[in-house]
Design a protein. Structure first.
Ligand code: SF4
Length: 193
């Protein structure tokens, strides 16, 4: 999977373009790995408690739920771990869980999209809808697949490729608030924070 992109880059790209750039160079990611693991465990635990509500609200009484699945796509050259997905006879529905997030961001939408594309290819089923569960009450945001989003996904993929291959540190539009919660703050002392 050396030349495959981690799906988390799609979220990070929208948060700050420097983050995929640093990750691609394997800079300082131990603390993030621990934080990520704790975050995933917390989210999975939470969502298992929400299972009945999820099935009822999403209206898939016969759907099977799978948690924490390694996914990849050879067509798109991406890989990652999908928090949760629902499988029915003909379709798959990726679900991304962001319990600690108060509002939906574009990066979250493309993360769900990427999982859907992987699952479609791996399981040979149709991906036409996905969900984001966000906030402490696990509100549901619906993501419909369409041609425009397919195109945008490919454009973002190409932009990420360009970005990580740059020979210089990309500029960033991250706010002070974003930088304050970022593990790479010590590498970005050009921003007068
Ligand atoms: S500290 Fe700020 S500018 Fe640097 S990578 Fe993090 S968010 Fe981006």
């Amino acid at each position: 999977m050396e030349d495959y992109l981690p799906i988390s880059f799609f979220r990070e790209f929208f948060f700050c373009k420097r983050i995929p750039y640093f990750y691609f160079r394997n800079i300082n990611n131990e603390s993030k790995a621990l934080f990520y693991k704790q975050g995933v465990e917390f989210q999975i635990e939470k969502i298992k408690n929400l299972k009945k509500r999820l099935i009822k609200n999403l209206n898939f009484p016969d759907g099977k739920l799978y948690y924490n699945k390694n996914v990849f796509s050879n067509n798109y050259k991406i890989y990652g771990i999908c928090d949760l997905f629902i499988e029915t006879t003909d379709n798959i529905y990726p679900v991304e869980i962001k319990i600690l997030t108060k509002r939906v961001r574009k990066g979250h939408i493309f993360q769900v999209y990427a999982y859907g594309l992987c699952l479609e290819e791996m399981l040979n089923k149709t991906f036409n809808k996905g969900f984001l569960l966000y906030g402490k009450r696990a509100k549901i945001y619906y993501i419909e697949r369409n041609k425009e989003l397919d195109e945008e996904f490919k454009n973002i993929y190409n932009k990420i490729l360009e970005l990580i291959c740059m020979n210089y540190l990309p500029s960033s539009s991250a706010t002070i608030h974003q930088c304050a919660q970022c593990e790479f703050l010590n590498l970005c002392n050009d921003r007068n924070i």
